[in-house]
Design a protein around this ligand. Structure first.
Ligand code: GLA
Length: 381
């Protein structure tokens, strides 16, 4: 008699677990919900999904486990009307054909490494020079082009999506197996939060960031967006956008955003740094203490009243004013992305840090845990 009873117990337990597992793929609680549907198939034949995170206010983020792409992000304007504030494509195919890193997770090393070379522990490493003459955003197949393992989670402060990726030793030329976890949460205060952690089995360099192109009006150019960056210094660059090593004072330059200023107010000034970037494409040295979580930027769009605050633990912020957008890409809903129709706010370590002894270190060693939190928080005014 005991045996059948035990099997019954095991069977009921399995049913309960199966039901729970079923719920876990569509968790619904007071903080919001997540749904999942197919998004398409990669060039290597791997099926990837699109996850819709909705918080209790109705704000919505669509995120794929391909590249961790934020495909759409809908937040209210000052009248409460939801609008999509990020650039991108309606379909996976768009991203597979051509993308200037729309909405992507960026790694293993975000931004540029001069000539694609660096030395670590006496060994020289060579990376692809995919942004001639430099390496950009992790290489030919960076973290923006890989399939992450997804897991829906119901965080205390909103619906979430956990993504995991193991970057092999030697992948794209970087040393060490890097195991990365990226957790997106759409919080109850209308913030899209991205929390990265990573560990390695050999000394390596790591600089992860996020590359959404924002347009808080959902149309047109971004020149009327008003930006505030709490940074007294920035890292001037050479003509290939590699930092000279100097931490220059922003006072009296078009790089002083300590007082909120429209992006377009000074972008056409006769300034060598603006020429090199084709506009803003620079790293600001944030005034907050190293590793301290705090404000990296605040952006206000006057016609819709939308405000986006960027908060981060990172020491730098790459502010890119969409200077390479040139009408060649037609994105979501048939919008032709013209010059400066979107901007990026990429909290990160300074560009080319592996070759710049005076910049904060980007070296991760076995036993250490890399942590980086990036938050885009939305409100209205
Ligand atoms: C980054 C760089 C820019 C540009 C974009 C992608 O943000 O800083 O120079 O390469 O990515 O087009």
């Amino acid at each position: 008699m005991r045996q059948p009873y035990r099997s019954f117990q095991i069977l009921s337990l399995s049913i309960v677990l199966a039901v729970l597992a079923g719920c876990a793929s569509h968790p619904q609680n007071q903080a919001g919900q997540v749904s999942r549907k197919p998004f398409g198939t990669t060039k290597n034949g791997i099926a990837v999904d699109l996850f819709t995170l909705r918080n209790k206010n109705g704000a919505e983020a669509k995120i794929s486990n391909y590249g961790g792409l934020v495909v759409s992000l809908k937040v209210p304007d000052r009248t409460g009307k939801l609008g999509d504030v990020v650039l991108g494509y309606d379909t996976l195919d768009g991203y597979l054909k051509e993308t200037p890193y729309f909405g992507a997770l960026i790694g293993r090393y975000g931004n540029r490494i001069a000539k694609g070379k660096f030395t670590l522990d006496g060994n020289q490493y060579t990376l692809a020079t995919n942004n001639y003459p430099n390496a950009l955003h992790g290489g030919v197949k960076g973290f923006d082009k890989v399939v992450w393992t997804p897991k829906i989670i119901a965080g205390a402060d909103g619906p979430g999506l956990q993504l995991e990726y193991v970057s092999k030793d030697g992948e794209e030329g970087y040393p060490g197996t890097l195991s990365v976890t990226a957790v997106y949460t759409l919080t109850s205060d209308n913030a899209l939060k991205l929390a990265y952690t990573a560990i390695t089995d050999k000394d390596t360099v790591v600089n992860l960031t996020h590359h959404s192109y924002f347009n808080l009006a959902g149309k047109g150019d971004i020149l009327g967006h008003v930006v505030m960056i709490p940074a007294s210094r920035y890292t001037p660059v050479d003509s290939t956008l590699i930092p000279t090593g100097e931490l220059a004072d922003v006072t009296g330059t078009p790089f002083d955003f300590r007082t909120a200023t429209a992006i377009g107010a000074r972008i056409k000034q006769d300034n060598e740094q603006l020429k090199f970037g084709g506009g803003y494409d620079h790293n600001w040295v944030l005034d907050k203490a190293m590793d301290q979580y705090g404000l990296a930027a605040r952006v206000y769009e006057p016609t819709t009243g939308r405000v986006m605050e960027v908060l981060s633990t990172e020491p730098g912020l790459q502010f890119y004013s969409g200077n390479f957008l040139d009408s060649k890409i037609t994105g979501k809903g048939g919008w032709v992305y013209k010059f400066r129709n979107g901007f990026c706010m990429e909290p990160q370590h300074y560009p080319d840090s592996p070759n710049q002894p005076n910049f904060p270190s980007v070296v991760l060693k076995p036993g250490q845990i890399y942590r980086n939190t990036i938050v885009y928080r939305f409100a209205t005014r």
